[in-house]
Every structure is written in structure tokens, then in C-alpha cells.
Design a protein. Structure first.
Length: 205
């Protein structure tokens, strides 16, 4: 791809670094911004920079937040004794969109995947154990994607939580094995949450 402007080329290269954005799409976005008023483009850039500089992570559940506690953890209308364990922030958004869950969340920040060099020590596991131990959690829903890595993580966590009097459940198999939670349609995901199963019926030690 030949550019007549180094400024445009640099902008295209930066956009192309985003996931799912190729050079052609990046060029289309850059040319679109070029047509906008300078003030609009500046506002766009400032919003991105401000987001990156000021975004925080909830000290309880590790969800993104503008404050020390996210809006979910600070809400008085949520069921505080039920915690839904998810892999990523995107999964929180996906489940919230179903409007079928009114408990709290815990974002692991990934799943155990030795092939990718991700072990338990790199995930938000100890903070989950601390919540179960000290915060009166009665149920932990393992809402992880039904993959080999997801099942490995569920098995590991079930062992970590075994000593506590907490009910451990998992989402129903409405989501096909190997599927990603964030890509499930809202109806399937809602049914999987509502029809969750005891962990013993899902994975055997």
C-alpha cells in the first residue's frame, strides 16, 4: 500500500494494530477522520487518551471502573451472596446484556493455559478465595467458556474452594463445547445462566 503522506501512513499503521483491523479498513477509518472537523477528531483522540489514563479496575471484582468500586459491586440491589466467575471484562458485558443475572462478578483476567504460558499465579484467583472466605459468598457460578482450558480452570478452582462451605455451579451446556462465551447469543447465554448446574454434574475429579 503506497501512501502520499507519511502522516496518513503512520495513522493507518496505528489503526491496523487494533484486533480485527486490516490495512484497508484502517485506511478507510483514517480517511473518514480526515473529513471530520478538527475539533471532532481532537475530541475523539482525547476521549481515547483519557480512557486509557483514567480507567481503573474494581478493587473487589477486577471489572473496569471509573471509581475504586465498579457500579455493580457498589449497587445495593445486587445479590451479594452469588458471584459469577468470568474470564474477561467482555464476558461481564455479555452476561449483563441478558438481564438474567443480578449477583456480583469476579473477573479472572484469563484462564489457565500452559501452552500460552498462563498459570494460576497470573490470574485473579487469590482474591476470589479471599472473597469466598470473608464476604459471605454462598454460590460461585463458573461461567467460563466451555473449552479444554476453561474446564482445566474450573477443575483447579473447584479444588481451591473445596475447603469452604460454598455452592459451586457452572453454566448449562447451552453453549457448544469449544465456543467463546462473549460470542454466544443473549438467549442462549441467559438460559445457560438460569439453568446452571452443580459442578459435580459437569466435571468429575
Amino acid at each position: 500500500m503506497v501512501f502520499s503522506s507519511a502522516l496518513i501512513e503512520n495513522a493507518v499503521n496505528e489503526f491496523a494494530r487494533l484486533p480485527g483491523i486490516g490495512k484497508k479498513t484502517a485506511l478507510r477509518l483514517v480517511l473518514h477522520l480526515l473529513k471530520q472537523e478538527t475539533a471532532q477528531v481532537q475530541q475523539f483522540g482525547e476521549a481515547i487518551a483519557r480512557m486509557r489514563q483514567q480507567i481503573r479496575f474494581c478493587k473487589v471484582c477486577h471489572n473496569v471502573s471509573d471509581e475504586e468500586l465498579c457500579s455493580i459491586c457498589s449497587s445495593h440491589s445486587r445479590h451479594r451472596h452469588v458471584v459469577c466467575l468470568v474470564e474477561s471484562i467482555r464476558d461481564v458485558m455479555a452476561i449483563e446484556n441478558t438481564q438474567q443475572f443480578n449477583g456480583l462478578y469476579h473477573v479472572l483476567g484469563g484462564i489457565i493455559s500452559p501452552i500460552d504460558g498462563i498459570g494460576p499465579e497470573q490470574l485473579n484467583i487469590q482474591s476470589l478465595v479471599d472473597r469466598v472466605k470473608h464476604d459471605g459468598v454462598e454460590e460461585v457460578i463458573m461461567a467460563l467458556s466451555p473449552t479444554i482450558e476453561g474446564d482445566t480452570t474450573i477443575y483447579y478452582l473447584s479444588k481451591k474452594l473445596k475447603e469452604f462451605p460454598v455452592k459451586i455451579t457452572t453454566i448449562a451446556r447451552g453453549i457448544a463445547f469449544g465456543g467463546e462465551l462473549e460470542y454466544a447469543d443473549e438467549m442462549t447465554l441467559a438460559r445457560s445462566i438460569s439453568n446452571r448446574l452443580p459442578l459435580d454434574s459437569y466435571v468429575k475429579p
